[in-house]
Ligand binder design. Structure first.
Ligand SMILES: *Cc1c(COP(=O)(O)O)cnc(C)c1O
Length: 384
């Protein structure tokens, strides 16, 4: 059996090697390293793929989130509601901009932000909601957009884990993840579903004025060379990363399907195993539906409900099966973000999830023998 990797980028590389090498050579020959034609071409390709009017490439996903909040004109003291169960980047940029992060609990089935908890957290100071499309599926955007409209709030989608995912609205319309809010932010970190060979990120919006603002902000607030109209940042995508991303983008749907296929196999194998809860998708098909394309499984995350999660992590590691715990500490209990405002009683779900979740190897190159081995080892231990 091939060695099991948590994320296997080698197999993917072999499939695009010639293309990527030729583009990188071309960039080296022309020396257009930053914001060159390759970056512009990638921007256009991604706009077409997402069906969104504007893509603004930038240096990484964390910057994308920060620039989104700057572009919306959020001011120190404004409250921004986001999920307690996510990667810290989301709350980090809120804090950096001296906005007030308001962390709320998540849904136990989808791990995504709990809409009722958002509603309870809204105050006259609330200016924005940042739903995180965690592990590869969208938060409940119908309800979030309705709340935002009712209370006149901005919605910034943290789409770092869900590029390529779709969201089925109650009205039957399908939307690409990251294109429903006022602005979407994504990451091209190498292990993300659309990963560069270094850092990268992008913002998406359908708002022409906001797009204009953001385009200047990523480049020192310059709208005209050496005229600085607003305080910006230096956050640009480099051409070599754009070349890698351009080669991968036409294959993204196939990559997502390969991940879904692995997820279906996992979920079928774990179905009915007492102490193992498989991830649920929003339309309830538990990741085993053959036609569903709403989840892109950035992570395949189980809940182990009999208290054996930590022992399982050790057991798998000892047997060379990599796994991860995303995330082991809720943000409201992180040293940097803890605050007397928070009450443990408001976080029953995240407090439970941090003790139960385990993410299994998930990438485009998993084969049947590896999947069977992971499933057999895990089930024998949890139910043993
Ligand atoms: C990866 C990630 C980010 C940050 O992206 P970087 O490109 O690493 O800066 C933000 N939010 C979430 C949910 C992420 O998973």
């Amino acid at each position: 059996m091939k060695k099991i990797q948590m994320v296997d980028l080698q197999g993917q590389y072999q499939g695009i090697k010639e293309e990527v090498r030729a583009s990188i050579d071309h960039i080296l020959e022309t020396s257009a390293y930053i914001n060159g034609p390759e970056v512009h071409a990638f921007q256009k390709d991604l706009e077409a793929y997402l069906g969104v009017k504007h893509v603004i490439p930038c240096a990484n996903g964390t910057d994308a989130l920060q620039i989104a909040m700057m572009g919306l004109g959020l001011r120190p003291g404004d409250e921004v509601i986001t999920a307690d169960f996510t990667f810290a980047a989301t709350v980090e940029v809120i804090a950096l901009l001296q906005l007030t992060p308001v962390l709320v609990d998540v849904d136990p089935d989808t791990f995504n932000i709990d809409v009722a908890a958002i509603e309870r957290a809204i105050t006259p100071k609330t200016k924005a909601i940042v739903p995180v499309h965690l592990f590869g599926q969208c938060a409940n955007m119908d309800a979030i957009m309705a709340l935002a409209k009712e209370h006149d709030l901005f919605v910034v989608e943290d789409n770092a884990q869900a590029i390529g995912a779709k969201y089925l609205s109650a009205n039957g319309q399908k939307h690409m993840a990251g294109t429903m809010g006022h602005v979407g932010a994504t990451s091209f970190f190498p292990s993300k579903n659309l990963g560069a060979y270094g850092d990268g990120g992008a913002l998406f919006t359908n708002d022409d004025d906001l797009a204009h603002t953001l385009r200047g902000m990523v480049n020192h607030g310059m709208y005209q060379r050496y005229h600085h109209d607003v305080v910006g940042v230096n956050s640009r995508l480099d051409s070599i990363q754009a070349a890698v991303l351009r080669a991968k983008l036409p294959r993204l749907d196939a990559y997502c399907e390969a991940r879904r296929n692995a997820a279906r196999q996992y979920s079928r194998a774990f179905a009915g195993q007492g102490h193992i809860m498989v991830p649920k998708t929003v339309n309830g098909c538990e990741g085993i539906c053959d036609t569903c394309d709403c989840h892109v499984f950035h992570q395949y995350t189980l809940r182990i409900t009999n208290g054996k999660r930590d022992a399982l992590v050790q057991h798998l590691q000892e047997r060379d099966i990599p796994c991860g715990v995303y995330y082991p500490i809720p943000l409201h209990r992180q040293k940097a973000y803890a605050d007397a405002r928070y009450d443990e009683k408001d976080f029953p779900v995240t407090n439970q999830l941090v003790a139960q979740v385990i993410s299994l190897p998930m990438h485009t190159e998993l084969d049947q023998e590896q999947l069977d081995h992971i499933v057999d080892t895990l089930v024998a231990f949890v139910n043993g």
